[in-house]
Ligand binder design. Structure first.
Ligand SMILES: C[S@@+](CC[C@H](N)C(=O)[O-])C[C@H]1O[C@@H](n2cnc3c(N)ncnc32)[C@H](O)[C@@H]1O
Length: 256
């Protein structure tokens, strides 16, 4: 595999990694309450939804129980999503031929930021929304780690995002460009929110960062040395730590 060909899940963040479900569980544990707060005013009983890059399916589960209607999940890997009553699509959303149908609500969280083709995928996702339906997209904005006073946390997070950018094309600041794309798509009632969770040492968000650092440990150690990486991990584990994690930018809009 040459550089520029590797994609999310091929090696980095593979669902086959023993720690991946725990990493995604920590991510969901931190951000689900914010996502539900953003989605609650939009979702109506009977809304058919599609969660794109659904991961462990926590948002899809919430959508299904809130709307009481058909909920579709799309992911390259369905191992955590199968047999739960979802309409299942195992698919690569960068494939221009893939189309799961049309829905009252299409949602994607922390997915587009990991795709080189994010702009084209967003344009196609907009077509999966029925006229009058809603598109809700959340991605990261590095508001916390990048400005932390702890140098080891700051440097380790910076190298981890740089590594993600170099190997699979991730952009940990993809959300900074929102909500402009929703306006450019011609959507109306466009809204925007930024949620920045507190990172408490040993807490759920710290667990997410520790798993992320451990998933990429050899490359991080290669660039920073084990001392800095271990110092960052100790900072994340220390109950005295009160810092900020990455911000989640959510944009939403209604299709004409
Ligand atoms: C960072 S996880 C986010 C999971 C979930 N949306 C959440 O926020 O809890 C990204 C998810 O997108 C999926 N994904 C990544 N690239 C994809 C692609 N090209 N096609 C379909 N799914 C993809 C991954 O398998 C993973 O489940």
């Amino acid at each position: 595999m040459t550089q520029g060909e590797e994609r999310y899940g091929d090696r980095l963040y593979s669902h086959q990694d023993p720690g991946e479900a725990d990493r995604l569980g920590a991510l969901a544990g931190v951000f689900d309450p914010y996502s539900f707060e953003r989605l609650r005013p939009i979702v109506r009983p009977g809304f058919r939804s599609c969660d794109v890059g659904a991961g462990l399916g926590t948002v899809a589960q919430w959508l299904m129980s809130t709307s009481g209607a058909e909920t579709a999940v799309v992911d390259i890997d369905l191992r955590n999503l199968g047999g739960r009553g979802f309409r299942e699509f195992q698919a690569d959303i960068t494939d221009p031929a893939f189309a799961p149908g049309q829905y009252d609500l299409v949602h994607a969280r922390f997915v587009l930021m990991h795709l080189r083709e994010r702009e084209a995928v967003l344009r196609r996702m907009a077509q999966w929304v029925r006229p009058g339906g809603w598109l809700v997209v959340s991605d990261a904005w590095d508001l916390g780690p990048a400005t932390s006073s702890c140098a080891a946390y700051r440097e380790t997070a910076a190298v981890a995002s740089e590594l993600g950018a170099r190997t699979i094309g991730s952009d940990f600041n993809a959300g900074r460009r929102y909500p402009r794309p929703m306006v450019d798509l011609g959507f109306s009632q466009v809204g925007f929110a930024v949620d920045v969770p507190v990172l408490e040492g040993g807490g759920t968000l710290a667990r997410f960062w520790m798993s992320t650092a451990n998933a990429a440990r050899p490359a991080l150690v290669n660039e920073l040395g084990s001392r800095t990486v271990d110092e960052a991990l100790a900072y994340l584990a220390d109950p005295a730590t009160h810092d900020l994690g990455i911000g989640m930018v959510t944009m939403w809009g209604r299709r004409a």
